[in-house]
Ligand binder design. Structure first.
Ligand SMILES: CC[C@@H](C(=O)O)C(=O)SCCNC(=O)CCNC(=O)[C@H](O)C(C)(C)COP(=O)(O)OP(=O)(O)OC[C@H]1O[C@@H](n2cnc3c(N)ncnc32)[C@H](O)[C@@H]1OP(=O)(O)O
Ligand SMILES: [Co+2]
Length: 149
């Protein structure tokens, strides 16, 4: 497997609106995306772009707030009430090849491969098998989609 770009850093927050104000008013970010609900993942999401090469954006901050008490974020926020860095997401060319690679290494994969917030297949790896970092693997969006979401 060949590691691709760092697509996003997932940041858990108890209030996505408060986090948006922080990135806009303190960090000077322009927030062009509206928050949206991803019911299947149990999260409300908003992307914050960092600058990339001409005409593109760089690695995103993915703000995630729990949607309801059964969200996978509930335990994390109970331990970290102010929120904080939750996961790292790396791109790969071929999601099935990557899944087989990590399975072959004996890494625990958390649930099935599913469609993530960028519209491409994703899966998660257990933080205890990944040097303490909850790791998301995402198939690289094809064509212009890479820069529009
Ligand atoms: C927006 C959609 C999508 C995208 O397209 O980008 C997303 O990113 S959705 C993001 C939210 N979804 C997920 O996180 C799915 C995968 N996560 C899980 O399955 C669980 O959250 C978990 C990783 C298995 C943790 O489960 P939980 O029940 O909350 O905690 P445990 O008590 O079982 O934790 C065990 C152990 O791991 C430590 N831990 C937990 N979360 C993290 C973390 N984010 N980073 C680092 N370490 C983490 C936890 O502290 C426990 O350690 P010990 O206390 O030492 O036992
Ligand atoms: Co993510």
């Amino acid at each position: 497997m060949k590691l691709g770009r760092l697509n996003h850093i997932g940041v858990a927050t108890p209030s996505i609106e408060e986090s948006i104000r922080y990135y806009r008013d303190v960090m000077g970010a322009t927030i062009t995306h509206e928050p949206f609900d991803l019911e299947e993942q149990g999260v409300k999401v908003c992307f914050v772009d960092t600058p990339g090469e001409e005409g593109t954006h760089g690695t995103q901050i993915e703000l995630i707030e729990p949607l309801g008490p059964n969200s996978t974020l509930t335990g994390f926020l109970a331990k970290n009430p102010a929120g904080g860095q939750h996961h790292l997401c790396y791109e790969v060319d071929d999601i099935e090849e990557a899944r087989s690679w990590f399975e072959g290494l004996g890494k625990r994969i958390l649930g099935p491969t599913r469609i993530g917030a960028h519209g491409t297949p994703i899966f998660f790896l257990h933080p205890k098998d990944m040097m303490g970092q909850l790791t998301e693997i995402m198939e690289t969006p094809k064509g212009d989609a890479h820069w529009s979401n």
